[in-house]
Write a protein that binds this ligand. Structure first.
Ligand SMILES: [Zn+2]
Ligand SMILES: [Zn+2]
Ligand SMILES: [Zn+2]
Ligand SMILES: [Zn+2]
Ligand SMILES: [Zn+2]
Length: 226
């Protein structure tokens, strides 16, 4: 799991009363709370690093504030200090996490949060991390492959698609197929062997015929010479 922040952190997730105007900590690109900010060297405006990097893809070297050229610098320390005083609700509050975390600890918490969800490859539902292993070993939509007969079936269909009887029948069918295949191969090999023998015999006869012809020629020429 990686960081959940695609842009800034929504202001609604700030908890408690920070004692200063959080609107000053808004990213002017995504209009959310600055997340891992960097700033423009010229105008010192901070932006979420994700936001400014996306912006720079479409506007190379341009500052969103119309500065001559965008060069990145560290976010001004007073902004970093204000951000660090904030308390933020976990991204996974919608799936049940009630943690309120300091701005600086947010990333680490969310990467490890037990309430982040993952899609089940079977039923396609979003399952929270804590329940995931348990869900995977019980979900009726998960596909299983039998090691013996290689039939693929959904766990929930086992009593229709993969009973002990079906499994044994399938193994038997595969054995028969294998036997048939072996038999066919044997037959082909025998045929090949037969052809080779035939060829050898044919060659042998041809050689003999040539020898006989040569012998006859010799006899003819010696007759003429006499
Ligand atoms: Zn932003
Ligand atoms: Zn600028
Ligand atoms: Zn959490
Ligand atoms: Zn499932
Ligand atoms: Zn089986």
């Amino acid at each position: 799991m990686t960081s959940t922040q695609q842009t800034g952190v929504p202001f609604e997730r700030i908890r408690g009363s920070p004692g200063f105007n959080v609107n000053n900590l808004e990213c002017s690109i995504c209009h959310e709370l600055l997340w891992k900010p960097v700033a423009c060297r010229t105008c010192e405006t901070p932006f979420c690093s994700i936001c400014i990097n996306q912006w720079l893809i479409n506007h190379p070297n341009q500052c969103p504030n119309q500065c001559q050229i965008f060069a990145e610098r560290k976010c001004p320390p007073f902004i970093v200090k204000l951000l660090s005083q904030l308390q933020i609700a976990c991204f996974y509050q919608s799936t049940g996490c009630n943690e309120i975390i300091s701005y600086e600890g947010l990333d680490k918490h969310e990467i490890e949060c037990n309430f982040q969800s993952q899609q089940c490859p079977g039923c396609q539902l979003q399952i929270i991390k804590e329940d995931f292993d348990n869900h995977i070993s019980n979900c009726t939509s998960i596909e299983l492959t039998c090691q013996d007969c290689k039939i693929v079936y959904k766990r929930g269909d086992a009593d229709r698609k993969h009973t002990e009887n079906i499994c044994l029948k399938e193994q038997l069918r595969q054995l028969r197929d294998e036997y048939k295949e072996n038999k066919r191969e044997m037959h082909e090999l025998t045929l090949q062997l037969y052809e080779i023998r035939l060829l050898n015999r044919k060659e042998f006869i041809e050689i003999k015929l040539i020898e006989i012809a040569a012998l006859a020629d010799k006899r003819d020429t010696s007759k003429h010479q006499q």
